[in-house]
Design a protein around this ligand. Structure first.
Ligand SMILES: [Fe+2]
Length: 418
C-alpha cells in the first residue's frame, strides 16, 4: 500500500516511491529507493517537497490515522497519512482513480496551456511544476495503467493541442515501463512526451488550426516545429537531454523519409522512435478538426501496416503497453497459450484473444476467449508468433475458422492425426 507522508515523518527503512510537489527540486534524481542512511534521511526531511510517497510493502510504514484518498496533503497537518488504492488494471465504475485522473488531466491542461502561451511569446520557463505534473501522471499510470490514458484520448478538438501533450506524456511513461527502464528514465521520457510539440507554438496559428489540407508551403512551415521546439527548450534550461532529442526528432522515420534531417533506423534514438509512436497513436485516436477519432485497435492496425515509418519491434512493444493489437495476429500469452487477437470495435476497451493451443505441451486446447491485460499484469501478450513455427499445416484455414468462431479442438486433433 502506498501512503503520502510529510518529509519530516521519513525514517530509515522506509521505501520511497515518489514525491509530491516540485519534483525537479526534490533532492534525488531517483524517485524510488530505500532510505538506508542518515545523510539520505536528512536530505528528505529538509527537502521542500509537499509530500513523500512511501510503499509499506517494501519498507517501514507509519500507523494510518486518516483515510481520504483525494484530500490534499500538506506539511504541518496532524493526520498526514493518506491511503491510496492498490494498483489495479481495470477501471470500475466508482473507481477513485477516475476522479484522480480527471483532476490530473484538468491540471495538466491548465499547466500546458500556460506553458504553450509563454512559448508562443518566444519564452519558455519549464519549472518544477512540469516535473510535478509528470510525477502525478506517472503515479496515476502506475496505480491504473488504463484509466488516465483512455480518458486523455477522449479530448475535444479544442482541447487537442494541450491534452495531446499530456496524453503523449502518459503514453511515454507507460511505454518506458514496458521497456523496463529505470524509474528516473521513465520520468525523463514523460517530460519528453509532455514537451515534444512545444515548437508548434512558434508556428502561425492559422496554419495550426486549419481544418482543411495544408498547402505545400504551409506544410514546409510546420516541418520547422521540431527545430523551433528544440531551440525553445534549449533556451529554457533545466531540460533533460532526452526531451531536447524527442522534440527535435519525433518526426523522423526509420526509412529516412522523415523530417527535419531524414535520419534512418538507429540513427534515430530509441526515445525519438518511442516519441514518434506515442505521438501518432494519440493523434489517430483523438478527434481532430479534420477527422473523427479511430479506435485504438484501428490505430494500431493502421500503424502496423505502414512500412518504413515506425520501428516495427518497438511498435509491438508499444502495443503490449496499451494491450491493443491488430486483429488476427497470432500471439503467445504469459499463460503459455497461443491465441489469435479478436476484432474489437468497442472504443476504449481492451483487446480480446481467442486461445486454442498449449505452447509448452504442443497440443490443442478447448477454445476460450480471454481479455488481454495491459502492461505486465494478468494474461498479457509476451510475443508475436510465426504460424510456420507451429504444427499448423493449414494455417490459413485454421485461422479463418478461429476468427469465425468455428474452430473445434477435436477437428484439429483429427487433422493432425490424419
Ligand atoms: Fe510534432
Amino acid at each position: 500500500m502506498q501512503h503520502y507522508i510529510v518529509p519530516s515523518q521519513a525514517t530509515i527503512g522506509m521505501y520511497i516511491c515518489g514525491f509530491k510537489g516540485a519534483w525537479l527540486h526534490h533532492p534525488f534524481w531517483r524517485a524510488r529507493f530505500l532510505i538506508q542512511d542518515d545523510v539520505t534521511l536528512e536530505k528528505i526531511r529538509s527537502s521542500t517537497v509537499d509530500a513523500v510517497i512511501i510503499d509499506d510493502e517494501k519498507g517501514v510504514s507509519l500507523p494510518i490515522v486518516a483515510s481520504d484518498s483525494d484530500a490534499p496533503c500538506s506539511p504541518g497537518e496532524d493526520a498526514q497519512i493518506i491511503a491510496l488504492p492498490r494498483p489495479t488494471q481495470r477501471t470500475a465504475i466508482g473507481d477513485p482513480e477516475i476522479e484522480r485522473a480527471r483532476s490530473v488531466l484538468r491540471h495538466g491542461k491548465k499547466l500546458v496551456t500556460g506553458l504553450f502561451e509563454d512559448a508562443r511569446m518566444g519564452r519558455l520557463n519549464v519549472t518544477g511544476d512540469v516535473a510535478a505534473l509528470v510525477n502525478d501522471i506517472a503515479l496515476s499510470v502506475e496505480r491504473n495503467q488504463a484509466t488516465l490514458i483512455n480518458m486523455a484520448r477522449l479530448k475535444t478538438k479544442d482541447e487537442y493541442t494541450y491534452l495531446h501533450s499530456v496524453a503523449v506524456c502518459a503514453l511515454m511513461i507507460n511505454f518506458a515501463r514496458q521497456l523496463q527502464m529505470p524509474e528516473a528514465q521513465v520520468h525523463e521520457m514523460g517530460v519528453a512526451g509532455l514537451l515534444h510539440d512545444v515548437g508548434k507554438m512558434a508556428m502561425p496559428a492559422e496554419i495550426l488550426n486549419k481544418s482543411g489540407r495544408l498547402t505545400h508551403d504551409e506544410f514546409e512551415q510546420i516541418k520547422r516545429h521540431p527545430v523551433s521546439g528544440n531551440e525553445l527548450l534549449l533556451g529554457s534550461g533545466n531540460i533533460p537531454a532526452v526531451a531536447l532529442d524527442v522534440a527535435l526528432h519525433h518526426h523522423e522515420k526509420v526509412d529516412g523519409s522523415g523530417y527535419p534531417f531524414g535520419l534512418e533506423g538507429t540513427q534515430i534514438s530509441l526515445a525519438a522512435r518511442m516519441g514518434a509512436i506515442c505521438d501518432i497513436y494519440d493523434a489517430l485516436t483523438s478527434n481532430r478538426c479534420y477527422k473523427a477519432a479511430w479506435t485504438p485497435s484501428e490505430a494500431i492496425t493502421k500503424m502496423t501496416s505502414w512500412t518504413g515509418h515506425l520501428d516495427p519491434d518497438l511498435l509491438f512493444t508499444f502495443a503490449q503497453s496499451v494491450a491493443i493489437f491488430p486483429p488476427g495476429l497470432l500471439v503467445r500469452l504469459r499463460s503459455n497459450r497461443l491465441a489469435v487477437i479478436l476484432p474489437n470495435g468497442m472504443r476504449g476497451s481492451r483487446a480480446m484473444a481467442r486461445t486454442f493451443f498449449d505452447a509448452r505441451a504442443k497440443e490443442a486446447l478447448p477454445v476460450e476467449d480471454v481479455m488481454i491485460a495491459g502492461g505486465l499484469n494478468g494474461d498479457h501478450v509476451v510475443s508475436r508468433e510465426e504460424p510456420s513455427h507451429w504444427p499448423f499445416p493449414n494455417w490459413a484455414h485454421m485461422h479463418a475458422e478461429l476468427m469465425a468462431g468455428q474452430y473445434k479442438m477435436q477437428d484439429a486433433a483429427k487433422r493432425r492425426a490424419g
